[in-house]
Design a binder for this molecule. Structure first.
Ligand code: NAP
Ligand code: BLA
Length: 324
């Protein structure tokens, strides 16, 4: 196995692989020589600073692309072209066209291309899949994640070029809604960046989109982070004809006229490990994975439509992306 990246996702992968015990981490590719050497030594691997030389020099069965979003598409392409099964942390690529072309390339080469979307494995998501039907016909949805941080962190996630359009870098929010509610037809989106180092880097970002689903449902999706925000929030609300579901942080409530029942949500820990185990079981025993490729690509199409809408100030149709 090879791992590209040395951050949180990469470490979670390495630890999960070590736990499995039947695979060998051959190489780790990092950016800073020190961090990469320490990381590689900890897992008995060789440190590389350049993924293209890794793919030339080592014969890998599987690679995990766990680095900054900007590089996902190019690394995945090189890995697939080198005949290596590939796992990419979301987003698969920062453009829908590139993502589609990678899915096609993997199919042609008969290689696994798995895009991690751990939020779909979470206790909260499984709870939603179970409980939504009981709310009757859904009417409205709100999904808000705000991260207030003072000062804004000096991380790649605050660089538009490295993270991508906010709802592309955080496409998991859209994918979760698509998984539960179906296809999105139209998107209207607005974005504000703030900070002294624009346009390279922002210190605050606030992005809000209205998603019109094919089934008529309206969802409002808000993603914000940075030093001009003053409260952090992780809120998911479903309003249906017979009841509501409110998820606030790790707490879930089933709402009916005059009553509120708390529901058990489970933990957010261990999801990378579960994803890694499912990939290995898939490659060794042919067990099914959990990502529907069409939904994964549709979520990217919605993110791209949101980006276009924010640029043009128009409502954008997801299918053809022609402004109305
Ligand atoms: P992270 O902890 O910040 O690690 C980022 C990695 O990229 C590090 O190896 C870092 O190297 C490197 N890097 C940073 N800036 C770079 C630059 N300008 N050029 C080249 N390399 C650079 O990030 P993470 O949370 O692991 O995220 C990695 C991927 O996993 C992302 O695509 C993210 O969307 C995805 N993901 C993360 C989570 C999560 O819970 N964290 C969940 C789902 C998906 P240095 O250490 O040398 O800076
Ligand atoms: C998603 N978490 C992400 C992403 C990044 C981080 C870059 C992908 C982009 C996005 O969807 O916004 C980064 N998350 C962090 C950092 C912390 C954090 C730096 O919580 C600092 C504490 N991820 C973690 C940790 C947990 C975690 C410690 O780094 C929890 C135990 C969970 N992050 C987590 C999950 C997702 C995610 C489940 C999937 C998206 C979702 O929440 O729906």
């Amino acid at each position: 196995m090879g791992i590209i990246g040395t951050g949180y996702a990469a470490r979670s992968r390495a630890e999960a692989l070590r736990k499995d015990g039947q695979v060998e981490i051959v190489a780790v590719v990092g950016r800073s020589p020190e961090r990469s050497a320490t990381f590689a030594a900890e897992f008995g691997a060789v440190a590389y600073f350049d993924w293209s030389s890794l793919f030339r020099e080592q014969r890998l069965d599987l690679v995990f692309v766990s680095t900054i979003n900007r590089d996902h598409g190019a690394i995945a392409r090189a890995a697939l072209e080198a005949g290596i099964h590939t796992v990419v942390e979301y987003p698969l690529a920062l453009s829908l066209a590139e993502a589609r072309s990678l899915v096609q390339l993997a199919a042609e080469r008969r290689l696994l291309l798995h895009v991690e979307h751990i939020e779909l494995l979470s206790g909260i998501h499984l709870l939603l899949r179970r409980e939504l039907e009981g709310l009757g016909k859904l009417f409205a949805v709100r999904y808000i994640t705000l991260t207030a941080t003072h000062p804004a962190p000096d991380r790649w996630t605050y660089w538009p070029e490295l993270f991508g359009f906010p709802l592309m870098g955080a496409v998991s929010r859209i994918h979760r809604l698509v998984d539960l509610l179906g296809k999105v037809e139209r998107v209207s989106c607005q974005l504000r960046y703030d900070g002294p180092d624009l346009p390279q880097r922002y210190s605050s970002c606030y992005c809000t989109a209205q998603l019109s689903f094919a089934n008529g449902l309206l969802a409002v999706l808000t993603y914000g982070k940075g030093d001009s925000l003053w409260c952090s929030q992780r809120l998911l609300e479903f309003h249906g004809q017979r009841g509501g579901l409110l998820i606030n942080g790790e707490e879930a409530m089933l709402l009916r006229a005059g009553s509120a029942h708390p529901l058990e949500t489970g933990s957010r820990h261990g999801l990378f490990e579960q994803d890694t185990r499912m990939v290995l079981d898939h490659l060794r025993q042919g067990r099914a994975l959990y990502i529907n490729t069409e939904n994964m690509l549709h979520a990217l199409a919605v993110a791209e439509a949101a980006e276009r809408s924010a640029q043009t100030q128009q409502v954008v149709h997801v299918q053809d992306e022609i402004p109305t």
